[in-house]
Design a protein around this ligand. Structure first.
Ligand code: KIV
Length: 269
């Protein structure tokens, strides 16, 4: 039976957002109060990112975030934003085998109330994304810079500058879209590559440090609020000169929708 509870239905679905002619606005959220504010400010999609390891827990990277952490924070966000479209990250090593991926993604959907799970990784993740999709779990792929690989890669580095890397990342995008990913985050690639990916796949591509030629943008909330002492090039402090967090979030949404964010100098070449 279909639920009669209006709070159980997202106000905006991905197809609604995709049909709208303006870019999609995504923002991270980790608790109920900020989730409510973000929705009231018109943010389209909330991402419960494993960036919470850094901005909430004070860790040096995202690797120590557990599935229980993600379930807890996603529950808080869902409580604050009952009708929001919520994407929850699969944290480090929770997507290593088919069985564990299904079980862990299932918890994020059933216990925590996520609408979609996000998986970091390239074409190698295609079988997992197919299996989740077949099981009825919507997936957002995350390609380009993969923060969960930071120790293996030796830091946060722009990806896809060398032409063979650009070809590989474009291939990742195509394979993951074919595997069933319904949304794609592309992190820290040259703006031209971001645009090329968005033109090549038939799913919305959300950029972070991927230029303005994509279908939407995502920022970590603490970055948007100017709380990062060492902001990356693609970060803009939307609180500066505005009196409140609500206005900062609205300004971010406006700037993404009218394509004034990111500006050229906030992207990579
Ligand atoms: O964890 C996170 O917040 C993310 C964004 C940086 C896209 O994955």
């Amino acid at each position: 039976m279909h639920s009669q509870d209006p709070a159980a239905t997202p106000l905006k679905t991905l197809p609604d957002l995709w049909r709208a002619e303006h870019p999609i606005v995504m923002l991270t959220a980790y608790d109920a109060s900020f989730a409510r504010l973000a929705v009231e400010a018109g943010i389209d999609v909330l991402l419960v990112g494993d960036s919470l390891g850094m901005v909430v827990q004070g860790q040096r990277d995202t690797l120590s975030v557990t599935l229980d952490d993600m379930v807890y924070h996603t529950q808080l966000v869902r409580r604050g934003a009952p009708q929001a479209l919520i994407v929850a990250d699969m944290p480090f090593l929770t997507d290593s085998t088919l069985d564990s991926t299904l079980r862990h993604a299932g918890r994020l959907m059933q216990e925590a109330g996520a609408d979609m799970v996000k998986i970091e990784g390239g074409a190698i993740k295609a079988p997992l994304i197919s299996a989740l999709t077949e099981a009825g779990i919507p997936v957002c792929a995350h390609i380009g810079l993969l923060p969960q690989r930071v120790r293996q890669w030796g830091g946060y580095k722009v990806q896809g500058r060398a032409s063979e890397d650009a070809v590989r990342i474009l291939h990742d995008a195509e394979v993951l879209a074919d595997a069933g990913a319904q949304l794609m985050v592309v992190e820290c690639v040259p703006s031209a590559l971001g645009a090329r990916i968005a033109q090549s796949v038939a799913v919305p591509v959300i950029g972070i440090g991927a230029g303005a030629g994509v279908d939407g943008q995502v920022l970590v909330m603490h970055d948007l609020l100017g709380m990062n002492p060492h902001p990356a090039r693609f970060v803009r402090d939307f609180l500066r000169g505005r009196g409140s967090i609500a206005h900062a979030m609205q300004a971010y949404g406006d700037a993404v929708r009218n394509r004034s964010f990111p500006a050229d100098h906030e992207g990579f070449v």
